[in-house]
Design a protein around this ligand. Structure first.
Ligand SMILES: *Cc1c(COP(=O)(O)O)cnc(C)c1O
Length: 372
């Protein structure tokens, strides 16, 4: 059993075979449209380099990160025919680094467009970029006023090789939300106008959930993230995605407590009968959110056990009164994220979304990648 536990307090297993299967599934749904991948935030906490390499191996040619720093650290590991797009665009004054590192900015404002165009003029060459337009989310991209300025003066993008027009959906996981159709209509409408000047201009619209809204939402390039990593893409429906992440924490010790004893900081749980408590070395410093206090669960050999008491920085406590004592030795691994308790289920218990569970996965976990 020694090798099972290792030295680390918890084991995070990332199944790249499942990731690959998820990529193939999404690409299959997209048909002729290309399936890119959002690998921002260290591929949602799973490791941008191993994840991107596996995706590129499956045919992915478009990787999306949020920030230039992320693109720079990824670039050295990724073949140069694979585009790395920086969704926040260039930090002011750092445009030239995009050339140096072979990354493509997503331009989100007339200011970003102007700076990119200036660099193109200085270098006397066309420079590639994606241009993002806000169709209702009010977060990133050209505003409607900026769009109109551009439509009235296409010289604004002289010297810019506009690879894609892009927009982002605000409510795609809720298939019935009317905002989806509203944003789609808006995007189709602005594309029609842009294509009068840029015939055949390509478009990128959908995140993971958008892919499931139908072929109208696919355009030329999709940018899924969460679904690749096993998060359910459609609210209220069984997920077609494979689980990619498994998290196991290690039991440090167990103890018997009498009826009436409290467990953990602030005495938020009290035993109503003599109980057995197991302490596991995962805590909120590892991204096991404190909001899981008294409502999270773990599984031991398939048996669900409740987390009792508050989540501590380095530990959680489980009520294991009903578990076979032979399974409760120091070093034993208990399942925290597993097929019985998926990322989405953990998120629901914690009052958040799977995205936040994944991106919170901590640096103390011993990481193990499985691949073919
Ligand atoms: C994060 C992000 C994505 C990926 O979204 P998922 O919901 O994880 O598929 C796509 N596009 C933009 C602009 C994003 O910010």
């Amino acid at each position: 059993m020694l090798q099972e536990a290792g030295r680390a307090g918890a084991l995070l297993t990332i199944d790249l075979r499942a990731l690959r299967a998820n990529y193939r599934y999404l690409q299959g749904r997209l048909g002729k449209a290309a399936c890119g991948a959002a690998v921002k935030a260290d591929a949602y906490g799973l490791g941008a380099i191993p994840v991107s390499k596996a995706l590129v191996d499956e045919g992915c040619r478009h990787l999306f990160v949020a920030q230039l720093e992320e693109a720079i650290s990824l670039r050295a590991h990724i073949p140069h025919d694979v585009a790395i797009y920086v969704m926040h665009g260039s930090p002011v004054g750092y445009e030239a680094e995009f050339i140096e590192y072979g990354c493509t900015p997503v331009l989100n404002s007339l200011d970003q467009i102007t700076a990119w165009r200036k660099l193109a003029q200085e270098r006397q060459e066309n420079l590639p970029a994606v241009i993002q337009i806000d169709t209702g989310m009010a977060r990133m991209g050209l505003s409607q006023a900026e769009l109109i300025t551009w439509l009235n003066d296409f010289s604004i993008t002289d010297g810019i090789d506009v690879r894609y027009a892009m927009s982002h959906l605000a409510c795609a996981e809720d298939q019935l939300d009317p905002m989806n159709q509203m944003q789609l209509k808006g995007f189709q409408n602005l594309l029609a106008q842009l294509r009068q000047h840029y015939p055949g201009l390509k478009a990128s619209f959908s995140n993971s959930s958008g892919i499931f809204l139908g072929t109208d939402f696919h355009f030329d390039l999709a940018r899924p993230g969460a679904a690749l990593y096993g998060v359910a893409p459609v609210a209220g429906q069984a997920s077609p995605m494979h689980s990619v992440v498994q998290l196991q924490g290690r039991i440090i010790q167990t103890r018997e407590i009498p009826m009436g004893a409290s467990v953990g900081y602030s005495k938020t749980w009290r035993a109503t009968q003599p109980s057995k408590i197991a302490t596991v070395s995962v805590g909120y410093a590892d991204g096991w959110l404190r909001s899981l206090s008294n409502c999270g669960v773990a599984h031991i050999a398939g048996v669900e056990v409740p987390m009792v008491g508050n989540v501590s920085m380095d530990t959680i406590t489980l009520n294991v009164s009903h578990v076979d004592p032979q399974l409760l030795y120091p070093g034993a691994l208990v399942d925290l994220i597993c097929p019985n308790n998926t990322v989405d289920q953990v998120a629901k218990r914690a009052g958040t979304i799977g995205y936040e569970i994944l991106t919170s996965l901590g640096p103390r976990y011993q990481r193990h990648y499985i691949d073919a």
